[in-house]
Design a protein around this ligand. Structure first.
Ligand code: GLN
Length: 488
């Protein structure tokens, strides 16, 4: 069962070759065996999983099969799940049990999936290695002995899927948190167009950038998950009425006389990346060319300023969003001598260092002395980047670029906050512009670890993004089955 992709498992379920209970039990056994090593789940929900699976088998027998009936998944612990602890990997919400279900997790219930548990992440999704989690960092299953990062902030999701502890998972991507972790764990991670998936019930980090999306082992699996997640939600004012429906497998956009212009971003060509990344990226471009794509150079003049703009806008929004954790309404409360003292003590004890750093930066850039020079300036850069993407997409249909500079780094790498922030160079611009971007494995580096590249599209061109990603997946042919763990 461990070799099955989500699409294959669904086929076997539908053909009655396996039952949802069997499949779920298989995953629960693997969680039992490897869950502690990978630290990928904050909360495992075995009773719920088996009940979901039994209900799924009953639906199938009755002929009421749902689109993803019986598929075991992990839910990033940023999505509120009714009656199930939802922590955002923060001490602040260590014991928070929501009384409502997020739209995304509800959509997965409606699609018939089985909930295995809540996946680990960076605290409030702020980070790149999932090291800011109050529950400790998840581990990359590729070279277990090396204790490498599974990326962040959706690092529990990627650790679980890469390690064969879930068939698919949800993530959220505010500045790269789906694509970067997927890239360094050999998985496919899709940041859809902003607004395609509802943010309702997803604990807010930076609301104008937060984008829920799927993580899986193949592009077809990813497209299936996105079909379940996407859709208009009146409870999210930024939710789009453009849906996304895909009955996998995805169809080709290259070959057979298809004309496709693929853009390569000029400004990224001078950014330092590993030799392996450069070689593999160039190889995949050559492959796309030989399949009939026209490769064109495009320019996003301000793209290298995206990092600075992001690290102003995201903390600004975060400082506002996280003001609600004051010890009065949610989660932790540390009593002080008066109400202000209670606020202070609660926040001091409840938030980790990185979250505090963001709140301080965010409050500073929004202060009256700094607003014009920092926040407004960042907002202008954001506008220019979004406009440049529009202009670039007049010259090409899709854009490709690396997803990261190199492979997964050891968790104990001693990076400064700014060095962590710099790792988001290839991903943040797409959040600022709201465009869809998918990270797909493009090969293995000489150290045996996976590397990923991105396909970026026009707003709401999510389908073609996935279609091109599938071509890359096919030519790269990375074997991302969890052999390391299997051979343990
Ligand atoms: N690494 C980025 C940050 O720390 C992105 C996080 C995210 O996308 N949630 O903000």
């Amino acid at each position: 069962m461990i070799d099955l992709t989500l699409t294959q498992a669904l086929e076997k379920l539908n053909n009655r070759e396996i039952s949802a209970v069997e499949l779920t039990q298989h995953y629960l056994n693997r969680i039992e065996k490897y869950g502690a090593d990978l630290n990928c789940y904050i909360t495992v929900t075995p009773e719920r999983a088996l009940a979901d699976a039994a209900a799924s088998d009953a639906r199938r027998s009755a002929g009421n099969t749902l689109p993803l009936d019986g598929i075991p998944i992990a839910m990033k612990d940023l999505f509120a799940t009714c009656s199930i602890r939802t922590t955002a990997a923060s001490r602040m919400l260590e014991n928070f049990i929501p009384e409502y279900e997020s739209t995304v997790s509800q959509k997965f219930i409606d699609a018939g999936t089985v909930l295995l548990g809540k996946a680990n992440l960076d605290e409030f999704a702020m980070g790149t290695f999932s090291k800011t989690s109050f529950f400790g960092a998840p581990i990359n299953p590729w070279q277990l002995d090396k204790q490498l990062t599974a990326g962040g902030s959706s690092g529990g999701s990627t650790s679980a899927v890469a390690g064969g502890l879930a068939l698919g998972a949800t993530g959220t991507d505010t500045g790269g948190s789906i694509r970067f972790p997927a890239a360094i764990t050999g998985l496919v991670g899709m940041k859809p167009t902003y607004g395609l998936c509802s943010r309702w019930g997803c604990i807010a980090f930076a609301s104008s950038l937060d984008t829920p999306g799927p993580i899986a082992r193949t592009v077809d699996d990813t497209a299936l998950l996105l079909s379940a997640m996407a859709g208009h939600d009146p409870k999210d004012s930024t939710s789009s009425t453009n849906g996304f429906t895909c009955n996998a497998p995805l169809t080709p956009v290259l070959g057979d006389g298809h004309k496709l212009r693929i853009g390569v971003i000029r400004e990224f060509s001078n950014v330092a990346i590993s030799d392996d990344m450069r070689t593999l990226f160039e190889k995949r471009i050559a492959d796309l060319k030989s399949m009939g794509a026209e490769i064109v150079e495009v320019s996003i003049p301000n793209i290298l300023d995206a990092l600075a703009a992001y690290y102003i806008i995201a903390p600004a929004e975060a400082s506002s969003n996280l003001a609600r954790y004051d010890g009065m309404r949610y989660g932790l409360r540390v009593e002080g001598k008066d109400i202000y003292d209670t606020f202070k003590k609660t926040r001091a004890a409840g938030f980790g260092d990185e979250v505090k750093r963001r709140m301080i930066i965010g409050t500073a850039v929004l202060s009256s002395e700094s607003y014009d020079v920092y926040f407004m300036q960042a907002a202008r850069v954001r506008r220019m980047i979004a406009d440049s993407f529009n202009t670039a997409f007049e010259q090409c249909d899709l854009i490709v670029c690396p997803a990261s500079a190199g492979t997964a780094m050891p968790l104990n790498s001693d990076l400064t906050p700014l060095e962590y922030y710099a790792l988001d160079l290839f991903t943040v611009a797409m959040n600022l512009a709201g465009v869809p971007a998918c990270s797909v494995p493009c090969g293995l580096a000489t150290n045996g670890l996976p590397l990923g590249m991105q396909v970026v599209g026009r707003r709401f061109d999510d389908m073609r993004v996935l279609q091109l990603a599938k071509h890359i997946e096919t030519v790269a042919a990375v074997d991302n089955r969890p052999t390391v763990i299997m051979g343990k």
